[in-house]
Design a protein around this ligand. Structure first.
Ligand SMILES: [Zn+2]
Length: 179
């Protein structure tokens, strides 16, 4: 979704409701609770619950009323642009980085953000033939192996690819717009 036309867009307006894993008490699985770290929001210890892979849905009939209330009161969480901005702030300095930071503050479209083995991430997601600027460190990332985060951000006619190696410095490359 493009947010270019939203003049009131900000990290604050883009924050998302807190999300929790759903769980049930292992010995009495009828009510669904929201798990936050080592206990449910209503205070049941983690070792007494079975955790599900779906999130806690407060609107469901089987949702624990105490968890529902606590989940509604939980602080919101940063949206994807704010989270990526935090990572790019500590990236290798340069004009591309600054351009991307500004774009993220304006609600640029984070089309993709994946993590995995560096060679696979580059092969499947980097689209090296479209990178026109800032891609020099990619060779070193590939040689280093390890895991790599890769994000693609589009803002108007500009497109950025962010490389977030687990064991190295984050850097920003520019891609020529896709057809
Ligand atoms: Zn509960």
């Amino acid at each position: 979704m493009s947010t270019l036309d939203h003049h009131d867009w900000s990290f604050t307006t883009a924050r998302e409701p807190a999300s929790f894993a759903a769980c049930q008490e292992t010995d009495s699985p009828s009510v669904e609770h929201a798990l936050a770290g080592s206990a449910t929001l209503c205070g049941i210890r983690q070792d007494q619950v079975t955790v599900y892979r779906h999130p806690f849905f407060a609107e469901r009939a089987e949702a624990c009323s105490e968890c529902r209330k606590a989940a509604a009161d939980a602080p919101t969480e940063p949206g994807v642009q704010e989270r990526l901005h935090g990572r790019v702030e500590v990236a290798v300095p340069g004009s591309l980085r600054d351009e991307l930071l500004e774009a993220l503050r304006k609600g640029a479209d984070v089309r993709l953000w994946v993590n995995g083995p560096a060679d696979r991430m580059v092969r499947h997601y980097a689209e090296l033939d479209r990178i026109v600027d800032g891609g020099e460190p990619i060779e070193a990332v590939l040689r280093g192996g390890g895991r790599l985060g890769l994000a693609r951000v589009v803002h108007g006619a500009r497109e950025f690819v962010v490389f977030l190696p687990e064991d190295g410095a984050t850097f920003v490359a520019r891609a020529k717009p896709g057809s």
